[in-house]
Design a protein around this ligand. Structure first.
Ligand SMILES: Nc1nc2c(c(=O)[nH]1)N[C@H]1C(S)=C(S)[C@@H](COP(=O)(O)O)O[C@H]1N2
Ligand SMILES: [Mo]
Length: 335
């Protein structure tokens, strides 16, 4: 690896591109009438302060994370995104649409007590309390790439367990074909759920879904930690989904409910703009977003923004072992 000069406070063309994609994604919300002058002003204010504001270290201190014990990953092939960046540059619209909003506004988020239920078309419904999230399954570390639909990516060491293990424990009925997920709905704690302007016009709770075979794929995990510790709230504490071959919006945060169903469940971004965000949303450099290219991505690593490389985006985000799930689907098409 070539050492690169860390010029922490410069803006490069890459940053401008990144910022413009992020704004374009918000355009759909504006068209729908959800982003008022106030939030646009706020957004341009943070833009002029510079994207490096999102990486400032002083904000991530308040929430206390706890060290976890887990089986260490023996795979570490790519340079990890520094913890400080992965925990201060976030999408979690329940706390606002700005990249720095979640770390700023989620620090008093209450994760204990928590209740996660697995229900629907299962033989044995399960309810897990806060402690159960960490003690019911063996925790292991998995270092995955996370590729946001906005064309930036990170490499994050998650701690958690396979979604398959909890689904197996609940014993799905043969009629179960899909799995739906729901984030906590608690407008008292989540400012974005109190105001459509703060929350980007999303109809909360945030919902997501997978086909059952995608949910059972061993890479699909429920994460309860990152960087060896419990998740901070801005990353989806106490438990969130991680599906590394799909765009980041599929990896739903702060989950309270998992329901096995026989019908394809609705998803938050499809509900907002079904021509821009599909149900499958597999990372695919050959299918552009209607308003920007998905061929390349900005990898967020150490150092300032100038050292964050533009790299080619890989089909299925490089996790080609999942391709067999999509036999018969035309990989040049939008799903
Ligand atoms: N409930 C909820 N989950 C969510 C989101 C959100 O706004 N609300 N944003 C998604 C998007 S767009 C991305 S890229 C990832 C970001 O995860 P990270 O902040 O841990 O990197 O979370 C996803 N999960
Ligand atoms: Mo995303």
């Amino acid at each position: 690896m070539i050492f690169k000069f860390d010029k922490a406070n410069s803006l490069s063309e890459n940053d401008v591109t990144d910022e413009s994609i992020y704004k374009q994604r918000r355009d759909i919300l504006k068209k729908l009438g959800y982003l008022g002058a106030g939030s646009l002003l706020a957004a341009s204010g943070s833009a002029s302060a510079g994207p490096l504001d999102w990486f400032s270290s002083d904000k991530a201190e308040a929430f206390k994370t706890t060290p976890l014990s887990f089986k260490k990953s023996n795979l570490n092939l790519e340079i990890q995104t520094p913890e400080q960046k992965a925990t201060s540059y976030n999408n979690f619209y329940e706390f606002g649409t700005g990249k720095g909003d979640p770390v700023e506004k989620a620090q008093s988020f209450q994760v204990d007590p928590w209740s996660l239920s697995i229900e629907g078309l299962v033989e044995k419904p399960i309810t897990l309390g806060y402690e159960d999230l960490f003690s019911t399954f063996n925790l292991e570390e998995r270092i995955y790439r996370l590729r946001c639909v906005e064309a930036w990516s990170m490499v994050i060491p998650w701690v958690g367990f396979s979604l398959a293990s909890i689904i197996k424990k609940a014993q799905p009925l043969s009629s179960a074909k899909y799995v739906s997920f729901q984030t906590l709905y608690d407008p008292k704690q989540m400012p974005g759920q109190r105001s459509r302007f703060v929350g980007g016009g999303v109809d909360y709770p945030y919902v997501e879904g997978l086909r059952l075979d995608e949910a059972m794929q061993p890479l699909t995990m429920l994460s309860v930690g990152m960087y060896g510790k419990t998740l901070p709230p801005q990353n989806g504490a106490p438990i969130r989904l991680v599906v590394p071959w799909k765009y980041g919006f599929k990896s739903i945060k702060s989950i309270v409910k998992i329901v096995l169903t026989d019908k394809q469940p609705p998803t938050t971004w499809q509900n907002l703009a079904s021509d821009e965000y599909g149900f499958y949303a597999n990372v695919n450099p050959a299918v552009d977003h209607p308003r920007w290219s998905q061929a390349r991505e900005r990898r967020i690593t150490s150092g300032g923004l100038l050292t964050q490389n533009r790299i080619d985006t890989l089909p299925f985000n490089g996790y080609e072992e999942v391709a067999s799930l999509y036999k018969g689907m035309d990989l040049r098409k939008f799903y």
